[in-house]
Design a protein around this ligand. Structure first.
Ligand SMILES: Nc1ncnc2c1ncn2[C@@H]1O[C@H](COP(=O)(O)OP(=O)(O)OP(=O)(O)O)[C@@H](O)[C@H]1O
Ligand SMILES: [Mg+2]
Length: 262
């Protein structure tokens, strides 16, 4: 019998850090493959903790986290690296290798993944750089790029191995509003290609513009799960710009996202 499990399932998850801080209490939600969700809430509400539990950087105190039906608490220690490769992660502070070019930074993720064949590496790197709008910048060093371009490199690096799930923790936290909008458009476009995306953010304006599912945390509790949501339950005014309009997808980009064996 084929059962279709959600890609992500949190089931009654509590997380207490040492020192007694209750970071999450009874958090339950699911994400189907292909979903896009924002994780919002004030500082300290538990957003990063949700992502860390998914990455198995942390374990729940009680409750369960599942990826495609597999319980993360049952993973043997030795299975953790292979499990982590099923996810791509983007952070606020890019974390690029300063002395490596854009293409080398992205290729490095493939090497770590065990992919070394030159032609495969080159094709995949070029495809994801095109997807994030960085064609022509392959040979640049990170410090010659703008903050937004550096974040695009880190998104390309997260995608190049063909993960099942893309996680981002405050990916626009270091960027000005226009640049942040460009980055959020990249996440939306990637989701249009079928990637499941979970973005933790404080960026109220962008959440309101995107009109995507919103999971809202308050003091470690999931207090809202709304499709086509806004940052707050009732925004005082909706932004003028309406939903994001994105350029039509470039078919070549799908090459890197179809999870071909690498
Ligand atoms: N390693 C840790 N040890 C102890 N307490 C922690 C640890 N990590 C997080 N916490 C605490 O758990 C709570 C939730 O933190 P978390 O980082 O998940 O919040 P957040 O919503 O991501 O906040 P921010 O928006 O500031 O990034 C906070 O009270 C925080 O101080
Ligand atoms: Mg955080």
């Amino acid at each position: 019998m084929v059962t279709s499990e959600p890609l992500v399932r949190f089931q009654g998850v509590d997380k207490q850090y040492s020192g007694g801080i209750q970071a999450l209490s009874g958090v339950s939600f699911t994400m189907e493959a292909g979903d896009f969700a924002f994780l919002v809430g004030p500082s300290g509400s538990g957003k990063s903790t949700v992502l860390k539990l998914l990455l198995r950087d942390e374990q729940p105190t009680s409750g369960h986290v599942y990826l495609a039906g597999a319980s993360l608490s049952r993973l043997q220690r030795g299975a953790v690296p292979a499990f982590r490769r099923r996810m791509g992660v983007v952070f606020q502070d890019f974390k690029l290798l300063p002395r490596r070019t854009v293409a080398e930074n992205v290729a490095f993720a493939l090497h770590v993944h065990g992919t070394h064949r030159r032609g495969v590496v080159r094709d995949r790197v070029m495809a994801v750089l095109r997807l994030v709008g960085l064609s022509g910048k392959e040979g640049r060093l990170p410090d010659t790029l703008s903050g937004g371009e550096q974040q695009r490199v880190s998104i390309a690096r997260a995608l190049v191995t063909g993960p099942e799930l893309l996680l981002a923790d405050e990916p626009t936290g270091n960027l000005d509003p226009d640049t942040a909008l460009g980055i959020m458009e990249v996440f939306v476009r990637i989701n249009e290609y079928g990637m499941t995306v979970l973005v933790a953010t404080h960026n109220r304006e962008l959440v309101d513009m995107c009109r995507k599912r919103v999971l809202q945390l308050a003091q470690g509790r999931l207090v809202r799960d709304e499709s086509l949501g806004s940052y707050d339950r009732r925004p005082a005014t909706l932004p003028d710009h309406g939903p994001l309009s994105l350029p039509s997808p470039q078919p070549v980009a799908a090459i890197a996202l179809e999870g071909q064996p690498v």
